[in-house]
Design a binder for this molecule. Structure first.
Ligand SMILES: NC(=O)c1ccc[n+]([C@@H]2O[C@H](COP(=O)([O-])OP(=O)(O)OC[C@H]3O[C@@H](n4cnc5c(N)ncnc54)[C@H](O)[C@@H]3O)[C@@H](O)[C@H]2O)c1
Length: 334
């Protein structure tokens, strides 16, 4: 008889990466429950095709009683924690939201997990906790040196988890992925902004001269990496998930414009983001050598699939953009 798979509780499962993880976990046969507040960034429409294949609990991580009630009901064996305030620019405009959810919310979740004796707690952190690096790469042992309120809050959560591992032998693993792109990303993030603006022949805002470098990782590869670590990663460890695909922002815009056959004259350089990290570069050999994961989707193919998905879900995109125009005015200044 096939082995019964453990029950998963996925926080932030209605978000961009979390929803892809839920799709993959459900396809593998895991019993999945999602806990999500459905903030402006959360949307169950991302999981419309999988409706009925997972349980959903609407709850704010910062609401201790609600979180406890979800644990009582679900009795998860594994918690996979994606939920967070995830946008650097928003954290610069309002730093408290990131601290509340990413630090306090994470602590409430780990306390609930500890009380209900979960077997594994998989924390999704970010490469941004390392700060930026002009040359060379970040390893899992690189000291944390965050630059934005968002990445500082993520780093604080990592340290809290590390302390729980040491103090309570809390069974956690920390994952630090690089910049994700792919279908269903909320259109405040760079890739969907470029695609949307190019679709509409609107000016595409690019910070400074577009020379900041990010390591672009296709969302399905990232979610598969999280599943791999969830299943076989060593407790107490940290795993980077990168792609080796380093691109300047201007290269990313040029690639999208080339595929969409749009002119470069759409590019508009705007004032730089305060504290803007210049370059991230992740060494992910630990994940590759220990657990055999490597990225499968190359950049050109990933960007093509992403553009196709946004065209397919254009109504969804338009609905989100309605609420973004005044926000764009605040963050993109000439
Ligand atoms: N997107 C990236 O490029 C990237 C890269 C590295 C790491 N990460 C990390 O991966 C995780 C997922 O990122 P994403 O891009 O999918 O984010 P997202 O913004 O698309 O989704 C976040 C989800 O969390 C939910 N949420 C937010 N606050 C909550 C709260 N207080 N209680 C319950 N639910 C809440 C939202 O409703 C949403 O569904 C985050 O922890 C992020 O820091 C993201």
């Amino acid at each position: 008889m096939a082995k019964k798979l453990p029950k998963l509780l996925v926080t932030g499962g209605a978000g961009f990466i979390g929803s892809e993880f839920v799709r993959q976990a459900v396809a593998q046969g895991y019993p999945v429950s999602v806990l999500d507040k459905i903030t402006y960034a959360g949307d169950l429409a991302r999981l419309a095709e999988g409706k009925g294949q997972f349980a959903f609990y609407k709850a704010d991580l910062c609401d201790e009683k609600k979180v406890a009630a979800v644990f009582k009901k679900v009795k998860p064996q594994i918690v996979v924690h994606f939920a967070a305030e995830t946008h650097v620019d928003r954290s610069i405009l309002d730093a408290y939201a990131a601290t509340n959810t990413n630090v306090l919310g994470t602590q409430i979740l780990i306390e609930a997990s500890r009380r209900s004796q979960v077997e594994r707690f998989i924390h999704i952190s970010t490469d941004e906790v390392y700060g930026d690096i002009a040359q060379g790469q970040f390893h899992e042992t690189t000291p944390l040196n965050p630059s934005s309120p968002y990445s500082a809050a993520k780093a604080a959560a990592d340290l809290m988890i590390k302390a729980y591992v040491r103090t309570y032998r809390f069974p956690a693993v920390i994952i630090r992925p690089s910049n994700n792109y792919g279908p269903w990303q909320y259109p405040e993030k760079f890739m969907p902004v470029i695609i949307y603006k190019a679709m509409k022949n609107e000016k595409i805002p690019v910070y400074a001269q577009g020379l900041n470098v990010r390591e672009w990782l296709y969302v399905a590869d990232c979610a598969r990496g999280v599943l791999t670590v969830m299943e076989r990663g060593r407790l107490g460890e940290v795993y980077n998930i990168g792609s080796g695909n380093e691109q300047t922002n201007i290269n990313v815009v040029n690639k999208v414009l080339e595929i969409m056959q749009k002119p470069k004259s759409l590019i508009e350089f705007v004032q730089d983001r305060p504290g803007h990290d210049l370059r991230y570069s992740l060494n992910y050999s630990k994940l590759q050598e220990e657990l055999g994961w490597k990225p499968a989707v190359d950049f050109e193919a990933g960007v093509r699939q992403t553009i196709a998905a946004y065209k397919e879900h254009q109504d969804w995109l338009e609905e989100k953009v309605k609420y973004l125009r005044s926000y764009w005015k605040k963050v993109y200044k000439k």
